[in-house]
Design a protein around this ligand. Structure first.
Ligand code: NAD
Length: 366
């Protein structure tokens, strides 16, 4: 019977709505398995800017540092953000990732048989898809400097900078090879080596690291070609490793294989160990969805599945993680659907009702 502390940062938009359901799922696990989870909530994003003057305060950073894991919702408004500015919601996430050294973002993509019709793609293309995208999270274009718009007399110009060191590439590629070893032993490294120097270095390092994993097959794919192959033959992918922006874009695309952004969880990990497991931050891959905020339409399953990853990786509670994942499968099998995955069939329910159905199954009531 363990005692665990989790920092909970719901954020903006639908973030707090889906995070509330993930918290309820964690507390249901506590009741069923006899654990004590202390969930400490704090503001982040636009909500924190309004109340505390910055996207994430030092107190909230400290709370995350001393917790066993962080459960995160989403941040951002309807406008276009500037991640470098202190009073921008996205700054919270960038600071968390960098200061907590969470360089590996794991995004599993699986199709559930009952949700094949929720996707716009053909059922036969989707059946049996089971891949893991490993996105590098603390380097590349999102962090490189300079990054600015330069006003000039002849018109404005702009610059962003993509930087990757050999060491950054090596650690994420190693991470992905280790994960591939535990799965079907097939790794696809995605880059744009025909154009970008960062990608040419990426490929060189990946080939070098591959020599240490003779049991894993490595193939290289250009990002544009990968975008096509993900839709054409998604079953061909086992583990994908790629840099920050390519991973960001490709996983939004891959979410359509699972039926909705509201179905895809993620884990952001580094090398820090706590007494319970690997420290990490867990969040759905989706954003704040301003178009459906406050309407009880948000699908909480990605947030709940992120909580399952938290139990598995940061708290080493494998049976408990299985219980949450089984509850999600049970809810889908029973026909409950939020509007994003409703398709032609199923019973359309609210965010709260979907969460309550999962909780009931974790508790063993259904
Ligand atoms: N990690 C994060 O915090 C994160 C990630 C992505 C985007 N954002 C931010 O979110 C804001 C909105 O961005 P966006 O509209 O491009 O992306 P989004 O993911 O918020 O929404 C894209 C589409 O998917 C739908 N959707 C997303 N999550 C859903 C869910 N759980 N259930 C049902 N439908 C869902 C939305 O309604 C919308 O139609 C922006 O400010 C952006 O910066 C934050």
């Amino acid at each position: 019977m363990g005692t665990f502390t989790i920092a909970v940062l719901g954020g903006d938009g639908i973030g707090p709505e889906v995070t509330a359901e993930a918290m309820a799922a964690i507390q249901a696990v506590g009741t069923r398995f006899g654990h004590t989870f202390t969930l400490r909530e704090a503001l982040v994003g636009q909500a924190a800017i309004e109340a505390e003057g910055e996207a994430i305060s030092s107190e909230t950073m400290a709370l995350c540092q001393r917790s066993d894991a962080v459960l995160f919702g989403a941040v951002g408004g309807a406008g276009v953000g500037r991640p470098d500015a202190k009073a921008q919601p996205e700054n919270a996430l960038f600071r968390l990732r960098k200061e907590l050294a969470l360089f590996a973002n794991l995004r599993p993509v699986r199709t559930l048989p009952e949700l094949l019709s929720a996707s716009t793609l053909k059922r036969e293309t989707l059946r049996g898809v089971d891949m893991l995208v490993v996105r590098e999270l603390t380097g590349g274009l999102y962090y490189g400097k300079p990054s600015e718009i330069r006003e000039g007399e002849g018109g404005a110009s702009s610059v962003d900078t993509m930087v990757y060191t050999e060491a950054e590439i090596e650690r994420i590629v190693h991470y992905a090879f280790e994960l591939a070893r535990e799965r079907r032993k097939s790794l696809t490294s995605v880059d744009k080596a025909n154009v970008l120097s960062c990608s040419r270095l990426w490929r060189r390092v990946a080939d070098r690291v591959a020599a240490e994993y003779p049991d894993v097959t490595l193939r290289h794919l250009l990002v544009d070609s990968c975008a096509m192959a993900l839709i054409r033959q998604p079953r061909d992918f086992d583990v994908i490793v790629t840099e920050n922006m390519f991973g960001d874009i490709l996983t939004d695309e891959a979410s359509m294989l699972a039926g909705s952004m509201g179905m895809l969880p993620s884990a952001s990990l580094g090398t820090r160990q706590t007494k319970h497991g690997q420290f990490g931050l867990y969040e759905p891959i989706h954003g704040t969805a301003p178009d459906i905020t406050g309407q009880s339409k948000a699908n909480p399953l990605a947030a709940i599945l992120s909580a399952a990853l938290l139990l598995r990786y940061s708290l080493s509670l494998t049976d408990e993680a299985h219980a949450v994942e089984a509850a999600v499968r049970g809810v889908i099998a029973a026909g409950y659907r939020t509007p994003d995955i409703a398709g032609a069939r199923g019973r359309v329910v609210s965010t709260r009702e979907m969460g309550a159905q999962v909780v009931a199954r974790i508790a063993g009531a259904r």
